[in-house]
Design a protein around this ligand. Structure first.
Ligand code: HEM
Ligand code: SF4
Length: 557
């Protein structure tokens, strides 16, 4: 078991938090500051929020001797990314009332709102609760939002898989009632036995934990970038079970060679619902008991798996499960992209996938996306489904209702916007970074669209504009926008500068490798001009940019 000496300070905060309550109630009453007390800072994460400050105005406020401009980001728990039109309408109005107004679709199939003041947290969570949405365990050292392949037209087993995402999410929720007491004013629990938590106990996990379920042939979830990946095995049109892959994770720390991105390792196959849920549960208990609790930078499951060795990890898991895993079964990924535009599923229902650049839903002078989505939700004729590529699927639309939805999409410019965006833009992802993320070293979502506009003419020059090259940017090496799994990954090093990584594949099965350090925009454009010229001239038929970079040995594997 892990060394329990030199526990990191967060460990103590967790165990003495009285079921994640801490002094949150007192923190909320304190009107002198927009922040919560220091120890509560770590605890709010377990309730699905981050305390942040506006970094654009930090210096200016410091000069005026003002406190930082604190606010909160709230992220919902939406397993499989599916909500009803009523829930979207509520999110629209809550975003308008309490946050910056922008609804951000994240790479983990959920939405988050920024800029919520401390006094508005309770009204926000109460309004979400009224439509059965919560933010429990959306952040913190617990299992986070469970994601699942997003497109219903992809496979008849889609619904079954989404039910798994929901069941797994519920099975791994912390038992504490703190969320209900602190934010929703529920009565204080007298008998704490009701919230005894066999899984998380009082120390929770050493670090965050992420689960994804993929339905081959599409790996839109980037299943190997997760602590635990489940790959659906479909035999004779039916779900036979799942291959399990453990120990994926994308973050690393600049200058800390002990940290690294890692693809999850497949360890076997499980079938029957009971065994699947048991195996998932016990992967978490192994991590709970063996994970590193002294150094949070080395605490993710990937390090536990590498420290124990894959075989030892598997044996420990099988011992706890009380059954052996079967040999992993064959499957193949052939794509990772979203299916933009209209598609129909096996039951004849219609789906329209909208391109949402970097997942930011807002109205601007070019496109009234937020208004259009509200109008569509108000018809009550479409469900809302978020994709792990930060896009939105309007779904479960009956044939007879399709013209109505189509009219709104056309009239408000959504179809034009989705169809006209270049392939590289539609396949791009950026994390939040500035101005809210405290860890950002460089811009990401506020800058990538501009950079893509500068890359498009370069791609066009070489006839590559419709190539689906995946470009992803993150403001630091934590990898929230899954940059280590892109064909071209930009990782922020300081303001305006990025390391350029190339050589990832298009399916999420190979990590990219650092190619150039600390490039500014000019450096990025000239490097990529050279690389695209070589790719256009020397690629084999059908070869992707990432595969070309590896075959030409542009980076060392
Ligand atoms: C040590 C590792 C990491 C840390 C400390 C970290 C921290 C953060 C923080 C502070 C934010 C809030 C940014 C904001 O909204 O202003 C954020 C956003 C987010 N992170 Fe991470 N993160 C880490 C790694 C990852 C990884 C590897 C993934 C997924 C593969 C991920 C997924 C997300 C998602 C989905 C968001 C929401 C925004 C978006 O879609 O860009 N994070 N993270
Ligand atoms: S990758 Fe870094 S900068 Fe971007 S959201 Fe994650 S922690 Fe923040």
């Amino acid at each position: 078991m892990s060394d329990q000496k030199n526990l990191s300070p967060i460990e103590k905060i967790k165990t003495s938090s009285d079921g994640l309550r801490g002094t949150l109630k007192e923190s909320l009453l304190d009107e002198i500051t927009g922040a919560v007390r220091e120890e509560d800072h770590a605890l709010v994460k377990f309730h699905g929020m981050y305390e942040q400050d506006d970094r654009d105005v930090r210096e200016e406020r410091a000069l005026k001797k003002l406190d930082k401009l604190y606010s909160f980001m709230i992220r919902l728990r939406i397993p499989g990314g599916l909500i009803s039109p009523e829930q979207w309408i509520a999110a629209h109005h809550i975003a308008g009332a309490y946050s910056t107004g922008v609804i951000k679709i994240t790479t983990r199939q959920t939405i988050q709102l920024h800029g919520i003041l401390k006094r508005d947290i309770k009204p926000t969570l109460k309004d979400f609760d009224a439509v059965k949405l919560d933010s429990i365990a959306a952040c913190g050292d617990v299992n986070r939002n469970v994601i699942a392949s997003s497109h219903p037209a992809q496979s008849p087993i889609h619904k079954e898989i989404h039910d798994y995402a929901d069941r797994i999410s519920r099975a791994l929720l912390p038992k504490t009632r703190a969320y209900y007491e602190v934010w929703l004013d529920e009565e204080v629990l007298v008998d704490k036995k009701d919230e005894e938590d066999k899984l998380y106990q009082d120390r929770y996990l050493p670090r965050k934990f992420k689960i994804a379920i993929a339905i081959p042939p599409n790996n839109d979830v980037d299943v190997f970038g997760n602590d635990l990946g489940l790959i659906a095995i479909v035999e004779n049109g039916k779900l036979a079970g799942f291959n399990l892959a453990v120990g994926g994770g994308l973050s690393s720390t600049h200058g800390n060679p002990g940290t690294y991105a890692r693809l999850a390792t497949e360890i076997g196959f499980v079938n029957t619902e009971e065994k699947i849920l048991k195996a998932v549960y016990e992967v978490l208990t192994v991590q709970r008991d063996f994970g590193n609790r002294s150094d949070r930078k080395l605490a993710r499951l990937k390090y536990t798996v590498d420290n124990m060795g894959v075989e030892a990890f598997k044996s420990e898991l099988e011992k706890r499960c009380g059954f052996q895993l079967e040999k992993a079964r064959p499957y193949q990924f052939t794509e990772r992209t979203d299916y933009f535009g209209w598609r129909q599923n096996n039951e004849g229902k219609w789906y329209y996938t909208i391109f949402v650049e970097n997942g930011r839903v807002l109205d601007d002078e070019k496109l009234p996306m937020k208004t259009a989505l509200l109008m569509i939700a108000e018809t009550r004729k479409a469900q809302f489904r978020f994709t792990p590529n930060q896009n939105l699927i309007l779904g479960d639309i009956d044939e007879k209702d399709k013209p109505l939805i189509e009219e709104i999409l056309n009239n408000l410019g959504i179809v034009r916007h989705t169809e006209n965006a270049s392939a590289v833009r539609k396949n791009s992802i950026a994390c939040v970074a500035f101005n809210t993320c405290p860890l950002a070293l460089a811009e990401a979502q506020r800058y990538l669209p501009t950079l893509i506009s500068k890359l498009e003419p370069v791609l066009d020059k070489y006839g590559l504009l419709q190539e689906e090259i995946s470009v992803r940017m993150t403001g630091c090496p934590n990898g929230c926008g899954r940059s280590p799994l892109a064909e071209i990954g930009f990782i922020g090093t300081s303001y305006g500068r990025y390391n350029l990584h190339i050589g990832g594949d298009r399916l999420g099965e190979r990590l990219n490798i650092r190619y150039k350090d600390n490039l500014d925009e000019e450096g990025i454009l000239s490097e990529l001009d050279r690389l695209f010229a070589a790719y256009a001239a020397q690629r084999s038929p059908g070869e992707t940019f990432g595969d070309f970079a590896i075959r030409e040995k542009l980076v060392k594997v």
